[in-house]
Each structure stands twice: as structure tokens, then as C-alpha cells.
Ligand binder design. Structure first.
Ligand code: ZN
Ligand code: ZN
Length: 372
């Protein structure tokens, strides 16, 4: 049994509560991980605000993490104490139809990551009153330690700093993969990225890696447009709605972009992005929509005659097991920026400030760091 300081989600719309929870030892297929760094992703914030429902409270949020394995269960293979790891927010159960095809980002168990229990359906965390505490994404990484199934673990090389590694758990593969694996951006293509936060900025650098020649960043926070240029954007547009569509059409000679990426608030950005896309082009949605919004209107005739494709991308539409080592390799070779993504570092007890900074548009990415 281990004690672990954790940021616990108890009440919708309230700050997460910093508490010492009890962590049971890992079961046969599980590992105990000392979390070294965890990114402040917008998804956790959607949960805190009640925009995305989770099945239980209390729950430890946090799903963009890297750390060190401290203990392993008797049936764990390929992972040993001392290994540096990235935790994946969708497990790779290895048994379902999708995992059988190597498509771990589509794993059938992914449907359960907002439920709270471990992959095996039981709990490892308890609060001071003995109540079961859930783990968001089967990880619960806003904590000093986490017990997770080996299905959620990817071992990485030890030369990668933890703060940079943590970003490769979510935002980096989500964005870079959306450009490379989902839209399959080609050299010479034009791209629009709506919303230049954690995902969007990585779509920008993914598009750059693919050889896109025109990368239009759109955001209503001017600083993010400046940052986007550092990641490879060729143009910045501070507009939304019809004004956004008009600006993009103007920049593309009235044709539209080959690929548009909707990286924030699909209810308000999908249609303007769709209309800024060239005939036959792709519109990729990488962002969550609040539970209260159940449909978005795209005129069906417009979809038909313009022959565009609208597609979703979670985890960059690629197995994190394949993508994480590849992305770390690109970082090592200087092709992928990671350090530049981090705006500010926090202690765990500053996490609510971190989310206030995210909300205010001050952060590209905030990261919580833990002492050894
Ligand atoms: Zn995330
Ligand atoms: Zn699976």
C-alpha cells in the first residue's frame, strides 16, 4: 500500500482537491509508476467543468504523463522496475478486434476510459474515508504515483526529459498524427488549423513535416498565432465564423485549403472550416464537443456536391505503441519541437492555477512536474 498526493475531481465546476490518497499494489498485469511529469490537457478541463461527463466521482484526472516504473505485477512482460515510460490514454488490450489489427487507438476498451475503474474493472485508489477513487483514462496521472495496467504503458528511452516525454502521451501524437496519418497531408498541400492550442500547434508541425507549403493558423488569441509561426505556420488569421472562411478563401485564391483541422470547439468551427476547404478536400476533427451539443449542421447537398471528407482523429489515428517511439526519434533528430511547446511548469498543488492559465489563453502547454 502506497500513499500518493493526488488532484482529485470531486465537484463539477470546483477546483480539483489536493489530497493524499491510498494506492493498492499492482495486480498481476499492472505496474506502479512514479509520475514525473503530466501535461495540463484541455480534456481534463472539460471534465472539471462538467462539459464532458465521467461515470463517477471522486476521480483522479490527468492523462498526459511520463514517469518511472517502481513495481510490476507477476504477469507483466516487457516492462521492468526503473524503466522510463509514457502512459497512453487509450489502453491496448491486445485482445479485441482492433488491437488484433494493430489499431490500438481504436481499442474496444477505449469506450471505458471515462468510467473510473482499472482495465480489470476494480479499483486501486481510496480516499481518506475509504471510498473508491476512479482513475481518468485508466491512468489518473495528476498524482505522485499511479497503478495502471501494462496495456496503458509504453517504455521509452531514458535520454528523453520527462516534461518533454509527457507531451508525447497526448497532444503531440494527436496533432502530428492527424496531419500525417489521418489527412495524409502531401508535399505542396495547403492546410488550415483552427485552434492553435496543444493539439492544433502539433497539427501545424505535423503539416510542416509532411511538406505542406501553406499552413494557415487560425485562433482568436493573437499570441497563439505568433507561436504558430515558430512551429511552421505561414499565415495567421484572427477570425471566426464566416470571417474565417472568407479570410482563408482569400489566401487560397478562392479555392480553399486541401485539409482543414478543427482543433477547438467543433460546434462553432466545423462549418466555417468545412467551407474554407477545397472541393475534394479533408476536414479532420481532433477536438471534443461538450455533451450538451448532440449535432452539428452541415448542409448535405453541400457535402455531396463539394465531395469533401469529414473525419475524426483520436490519438492521431495511429497506434500510440508505434507512434510514440517514432515521434521521440523525430525529436532526437531535431525535426520535431517539444521544448517549445511548454509555456510554464507547475507543482501539483498549483494545478488549478495551471488550468486558469489555460482558460485565459496564456499557455500553449502547462506541465506539472514532481520532485524525485
Ligand atoms: Zn489530452
Ligand atoms: Zn483492444
Amino acid at each position: 500500500m502506497t500513499k500518493s498526493l493526488a488532484a482529485v475531481f470531486r465537484e463539477i465546476g470546483a477546483p480539483v482537491s489536493i489530497e493524499r490518497i491510498t494506492l493498492d499494489p499492482p495486480e498481476t498485469t499492472e505496474v506502479l509508476v512514479r509520475i514525473a511529469a503530466v501535461g495540463l490537457c484541455r480534456t481534463d478541463y472539460h471534465v472539471m467543468r462538467g462539459e464532458r461527463r465521467v461515470a463517477m466521482r471522486p476521480m483522479v484526472l490527468g492523462h498526459e504523463a511520463a514517469g518511472v516504473v517502481e513495481q510490476i505485477g507477476s504477469a507483466v512482460s516487457g516492462i521492468k522496475p526503473g524503466d522510463h515510460v509514457i502512459l497512453t490514454f487509450i489502453p491496448a488490450c491486445g485482445k479485441c478486434h482492433w488491437c488484433g489489427k494493430g489499431l490500438h487507438h481504436l481499442c474496444a476498451e477505449g469506450a471505458r476510459i471515462t468510467q473510473g475503474p482499472q482495465l480489470d474493472g476494480s479499483y486501486r485508489r481510496r480516499d481518506h474515508e475509504g471510498h473508491a477513487v476512479g482513475a481518468f483514462c485508466m491512468i489518473g496521472a495528476f498524482a505522485e504515483r499511479a497503478v495502471v495496467d501494462q496495456a496503458s504503458v509504453v517504455v521509452i528511452d531514458k535520454d528523453i526529459p520527462f516534461d518533454l516525454a509527457s507531451l508525447v502521451a497526448c497532444g503531440v501524437p494527436a496533432g502530428v498524427g492527424a496531419a500525417r496519418q489521418r489527412a495524409r497531408v502531401q508535399p505542396g498541400d495547403s492546410v488550415l488549423v483552427v485552434g492553435c492550442g496543444g493539439d492544433g500547434m502539433n497539427v501545424v508541425q505535423g503539416a510542416r513535416l509532411c511538406g505542406a507549403v501553406q499552413i494557415i493558423a487560425a485562433d482568436i488569441v493573437p499570441a497563439k498565432l505568433d507561436w504558430a509561426r515558430e512551429f511552421g505556420a505561414t499565415h495567421g488569421v484572427n477570425a471566426q465564423g464566416e470571417a474565417l472562411t472568407r479570410a482563408v478563401l482569400e489566401l487560397t485564391g478562392g479555392i480553399g485549403v486541401n485539409h482543414a483541422f478543427v482543433c477547438i470547439d467543433p460546434p462553432s468551427t466545423l462549418l466555417p472550416a468545412f467551407r474554407a476547404t477545397a472541393k475534394g478536400g479533408n476536414v479532420v476533427v481532433t477536438a471534443l464537443t461538450p455533451d450538451t451539443v448532440t449535432e452539428i449542421n452541415i448542409p448535405p447537398l453541400e457535402l455531396f456536391v463539394t465531395q469533401k471528407a469529414i473525419m475524426g482523429a483520436v490519438y492521431g489515428f495511429s497506434s500510440p505503441r508505434l507512434q510514440i517511439p517514432e515521434l521521440l526519434g523525430l525529436y532526437r533528430n531535431g525535426a520535431l519541437k517539444l521544448r517549445e511547446l511548454i509555456t510554464r511548469r507547475y507543482r501539483l498543488d498549483e494545478i488549478n492555477q495551471g488550468y486558469a492559465d489555460l482558460e485565459a489563453g496564456r499557455n500553449l502547454r502547462g506541465v506539472v512536474l514532481f520532485d524525485d
